[in-house]
Design a protein around this ligand. Sequence first.
Ligand code: 4AD
Ligand code: MG
Length: 447
Amino acid sequence: METESNIPPPVTSITQIGRHDGEIVTIQGWLYNKRESGKLIFPIFRDGTGVVQGVAPKNQVSPETFETLKNLTDESSVIVTGKVRSDKRAPGGYELDVINVTVVQRVPEDDPYPISGKEHGIDFLMENRHLWVRSPRQCAIMRVRAEIIRSIRNFFDERGFTLTDPPILTPAACEGTSTLFSVDYFDDEAFLTQSGQLYIEATAMALGKVYSFGPTFRAEKSKTRRHLTEFWMVEPEVAYARLDDIMELAENMISHAVQSAMANRRTDLETIGRDVTKLEHIKPPFPRITYDQAVEILHDGHAKGLVEAKFEYCGDFGSPDETYISSQFDKPVMVHRYPAKVKAFYMEPDPQRPDLALCVDVLAPEGYGEIIGGSQRIGDYNQLVQRIREHALPEAAFKWYLDLRKYGGVPHSGFGMGIERAVAWICGLEHVRETIPFARTLTRIYP
Ligand code: 4AD
Ligand code: MG
């Protein structure tokens, strides 16, 4: 007959441990590390939801358990039973009086876990990214990223947008031919998508309000802290929307993502070391300035000796330019109406000044640079044909795209936000390589 004590204790996650004060629980996880002082061992366990310190005094645990813990190596996988005890001094407010430890796989002594508490160089950490992701800070970043993605999907789902997934293998460029990854497609040349935009313009004509959320690729030869070769982009596209409409959509979406991260992932943001006071006021409306006004800001900065090079009108902004422009504001700033010739082929010209495009770049505060690029799309068939020719794009590959201007064309607009740049800003990270579990850059494709 089964007595109460034969029933195995319930498996609990470390975040939920506070609900079991005084009870015996089981934790399935890993040894994070341990401290020892004479006849006392303090093993720290982690299980993906948090860490908890165990306490194992020699005179209170079985000799086998004490030996097992004494010989346990960092990152060995273990199933632990113990009694939960609240302790004000413990990091999570609770400690675990260890009763039993089952080792699932022991990390060999002579080949220990390579990442220790000591400082490692970034190259070493990136080479060991498959293990580095286990560190508390990296776990916190991954949880914030997941929250930002969840909140953005929610934002669009709740506002009547339909998620439509564009293809990843494509016959043509969207954002310029210099950053295309080419693949052999059964002896034809194909490319990894740079943006789902052209395809969601088609689904927007079917469904009205759509978005895509997927991987995009740029063969960027730029080795900066903002560039990845593979990144995730969220792109809404709205039939009958004008530039002003999507600027409003962009500020609402950004603010929603920031506020959700603050509300639901505050502890993680603190683990990362983010100064959250810089995020609290990220609420609409965001400042809007024209490209011309941004150039004035740069010229003014140059005159004051704060911007090194004199900005040449008609160029695209460089990283230091964006940093200076955004330093004038404490919210993301929306810069609209760039010269058409520095922007993509599909942008609608401003009817008041056809040399300008009806486009917007959103620059994040604190020097994080461009996080969003968007525009109103060219509506006129003939004008689009002309642009495709001017940009020396293969006309045949765009026949279907031109059809959208032939069969019930309407004004429409959309934008794309790179998730990694948004996460870097919201988490306050130096480099985008930490915002995605396995970053792909100019110099890295391993692990
Ligand atoms: O400004 P981009 O090139 O715009 C587009 O691709 C449009 N077709 C989007 C649209 O209107 N639907 O890219 C959009 C965003 C940038 O603002 C940036 O956040 C991110 O994508 N991005 C990158 N992120 C990381 N690494 C790179 N190499 C990136 N290139 C662009
Ligand atoms: Mg851009």
